[in-house]
Design a protein around this ligand. Sequence first.
Ligand SMILES: NC(=O)C1=CN([C@@H]2O[C@H](COP(=O)(O)OP(=O)(O)OC[C@H]3O[C@@H](n4cnc5c(N)ncnc54)[C@H](OP(=O)(O)O)[C@@H]3O)[C@@H](O)[C@H]2O)C=CC1
Ligand SMILES: O=C1O[C@H](COP(=O)(O)O)[C@@H](O)[C@H](O)[C@H]1O
Length: 520
Amino acid sequence: MDRPTLIRKKSQHDVKGEFYRCDYLCDTLSVVVIGASGDLAKKKTYPSLFALFRSSYLPEHVQIVGYARSQKTDKDFRATLRDYLAAKCDDDEVIDAFLKKCFYRSGGYDDETAIEKVAMEMAGMEQVSGHEVANRLFYFAIPPSLFTKVAGALKAAATNHNGWSRFIVEKPFGSDLESFETLHESLSDMLEEKETYRIDHYIGKEAVQNLLVMRFANSIFEPLWNRNHIASVVISFKEDFGTKGRGGYFDKSGIIRDVMQNHLMQVLTMFAMEAPARQSGDYIRNEKVKVLQAIPPIRIEDCITGQYISDDEGIEQAYIDDDGVPDDSKTPTFAALVMYINNPRWDGVPFIMRAGKALNERKSEVRIQFKRAPGSSLLFPDTGNGSTLSRNELVMRLQPNEAVYMKMNIKSPGLAGDPVMSELDLSYKTRFPDKFSDLPDAYTRLMLQVLRGDSSAFVRDDELREAWKIFTPLLHAIDDGKIEPIKYKAFSRGPAEFDEMAERHGYVYSGEAYDWNGTA
Ligand SMILES: NC(=O)C1=CN([C@@H]2O[C@H](COP(=O)(O)OP(=O)(O)OC[C@H]3O[C@@H](n4cnc5c(N)ncnc54)[C@H](OP(=O)(O)O)[C@@H]3O)[C@@H](O)[C@H]2O)C=CC1
Ligand SMILES: O=C1O[C@H](COP(=O)(O)O)[C@@H](O)[C@H](O)[C@H]1O
């Protein structure tokens, strides 16, 4: 259908003449949030829709229908949402205007009659708008075990109208290769790949999106971004809190399924892929899949796992004392593993991935360590006073306090000539003070992309299949109890064995040689 392309008018979020194609703004939009009474919907889905509403990224004619099993009136539901929205905005008028667009209907997840009723009501609201085209966005904020039931019941509601239908689905997409294939097969009978948007919120993070620009918009990095110059890449995810009552859910997955196979693999592929021909559509995803295809399954001997016990003060209880966790659980709350990408660019470079809960700090980063400067040991010999050259590192801190910094050797200022480690530092907080406090949440960014029909930042079925192939043998070995988790104290750096592992794979810790005097 030929429709005019609307170029959005400038709003507070448009700076320096950034104009976006937002043709959906000319039409009516119905959003259906399935599982609206749940945690994700309240904490992420609705606040993100609200953020889009506030900055005029939702059409004037929009209705947002929450659907879940629990009985609630529109009034009750809006009152619950208000608390979450008020945390983001202190303007009651704006909150009221948004809440007027929100409705709540209850029913079972496979109750076709109840869903049909919602569809008819939606059609009525769409007609009132007088627009010819009405688009529908369905957000599955429910466990994957319900995906197929809901998709089946929704199909008629989703297709019987004049406009597009898009479906956002949340992880986990299976728990191994086989369960992924089963879920995918049953879901793909009902939803086409091009209308399915599998969300991985890590792709929507500011600093992850920046990877593409950093790498491909700066000519200084490309010559270095390969096995000739890079000694190792460490991708870290650290959280300074435990499972906090989510132990029952977490125990069935463990840290590898929870964040590594999905979020951190997305970071790895964005980091390692070849340049895509374009930024949109399938170009990026094609390149990501090629990286995954070049990674052999992770070997048991290339992995260590850990599980936290209480800290000395007893502030954080042991993982096994969390609700729903069996006393003899061997589920890892920490894991570190090494992967290799067998292609010409990365052959032989260890990609060390590490993730853990209840560690000493909250931090996610990509740390690239470069090889020693050739010939440098003769030019700058160890003078015996601690002035050995440190390796260059480029660190991309994803969170908190997004930053990119390059650790490098310079002459120590003054009369002495010893090299000293310093940094080239791009801290978002200092460089972009106006924008820093208002950076859009990953979910907001991704939802906007769905509205624009840009699937490039969503996970394609073949990406998932390849990622599961890499992790499944290891996960089965862990499930079968073949890897004993090493106990580590809550709020520590995790098992000391990780440092030995990183060192074995060529990571050289510069230790006390680097002293940063800023505030992170
Ligand atoms: N723009 C900014 O905000 C900047 C901030 N800084 C700050 O300066 C500080 C130092 O920076 P940086 O050098 O990047 O980070 P660190 O010195 O904290 O860590 C360097 C690397 O060594 C690892 N490591 C830490 N202790 C050991 C150990 N005992 N044995 C082996 N490996 C170890 C770290 O792992 P692990 O994570 O496990 O500790 C990390 O991978 C940080 O707090 C950083 O945030 C620096 C530059 C710019
Ligand atoms: O998907 C998940 O991610 C969060 C971490 O997300 P972040 O944006 O706060 O880094 C993690 O805590 C959770 O266990 C996992 O399921």
